[in-house]
Design a protein around this ligand. Sequence first.
Ligand code: BG6
Length: 573
Amino acid sequence: MCGIVGYYGQDEASDKIYRGLKKLEYRGYDSAGMATAGNPTIKVEKAVGTVDNVRPEIDGTSGIGHTRWATHGGVTEENAHPHVSQEERVAVVHNGIIENYREIQEEHLEDVDFKSETDTEVIPHLLEKKLENNSITDAIREVIDILEGNYAVSAVLNTGELIAFRKGSPLVLGLTDDEYFIASDVTPFLEHTDQAVFLKDDDYMVIDGDHRIFNDGEEVDREVQKIDWDAEQASKEGYDHFMEKEIREQPKTVKRAAFQDRSDMEEARRMIEEADNVYITGCGTASFAASLGARYLREAGSKVHTEQAHELEYRKDEIKEDDLVIAVSQSGETADLLSLLEEVDSDVLAVVNVVGSTLARQSEHKLYVNAGPEIGVASTKAFTAQLAVLRLISYTLQDRLEEGREKLLDTAEKIDDVLERNKKSVQELSEYLTDKDHVYFIGRNHGYDMAREANLKLKELSYIHAEAFPGGEFKHGTLALVENGTPVVSFLKDDHFEAAYSNMMEAHSRGADIISVGTREVEESKAHISVPEDENAEILEIVPFQMASYLTSVKKGNNPDKPRNLAKSVTVK
Ligand code: BG6
């Protein structure tokens, strides 16, 4: 997904936009750009690469900016946003996909000389045409009627007005007494204000010293929400990378996740107990939290199905009105998940981190995991916070809410010790893995989901080929790839230690280097990640692998916060 920032106020827009884009870089970092209404002409600066390549030296007190995660058109300066109309009346930045852009080019813009390969460029040309005979609001409305797909758009006119409209992709307005910020999420303007207005689908807005929001031709009122995140939380706090800071925040964030209102937990319980069937789902790291969540709910006696959202969509007809979907997501904006939820009639219980996100607003009930802003693209503290909330649901179903909350607070207390006691082995593991081309992760039951998440962390951060397998499945084929020195990470969890140990030995006896994880060290392991006994052991087991993956990334000269080709959450399918 891309990142959008807009500014309208008294100060130089380019500086405010540049600072805002820096906060959004985690959303996409192929290229960046900005435009200001330097009346009479619009001024544009854009470049391939990070925001630092864009020089904010253009004047004007209103403007827009963009960080790009390419979908249509290569990573070039021409394809970077903003895109400007032929008469330079309008400049546009966009997050999402205009599905009918080719038809629009043929049916409405046949006389336009397009400068880029992007779908986005149809928007400024359409707006300029519609502004010829319409007011700004009517022109926007006519453009919205033509566009198909999902989009969050901000535009600046050469006369200084700032406009914005959205459908599917997130857009939020930040308000101070005399300034306006438009952004893809709240992080770009947190240093200026905690007053936010989340735009709804089909909302469109004009800012010209005042702000008016419309929907379907009617002016509408949207609630101003106070955001309880502060700018400090969205900064590195002295660490080299957000990822390390977010890993070390987990003793605090797991505790915050455990502090859910009893009434909210009881409502979640009612929804689960009254549902005919329960489906729990997500994408990426959140899908592994969902899969562990399914195990926790089954242990509490619930019948639960789990599958990744983009695949569960092929079973959408199975999900009925009296069923329940538990949707797990850090950002609450992942298109694969939102499109599944659009297809089903069941209620949705959201387990989500970002306040005011589309998932949170569209769900019948939501449990915020309170992890705070997660900037590193690879999810860490949001994962353990998701596990804490899913565990708490399981405890609630067993009438053990308060006891469960105490247990999670205990688990949180142990995280720093787990990092400290494994400091040397994690260092050595990252040095050892840096030269490896293939790594395998195995585990059984909960251990399999841990193997999947640890495997994903290593891949996302180090770009080393890694795969995770159920311990029992490894010998049915993949074992053929094991030879002397092949790293095999084995989660040896107490409740099925023997079976996991024999799977580990199948690999060890073919020359694998064993990295074991668990409460018991085994003599065959080359390295051991030690965790204390704990009912919520998964929360403790993943943290050393987050750190090992982080250190391997740094050792390999990668950027742990912005792994290549990835984005914090993907708002296109
Ligand atoms: C990916 C992120 O794009 O989306 C992952 O890089 C994340 O870290 C996945 O797990 C799902 O995102 P979300 O926001 O729905 O949890």
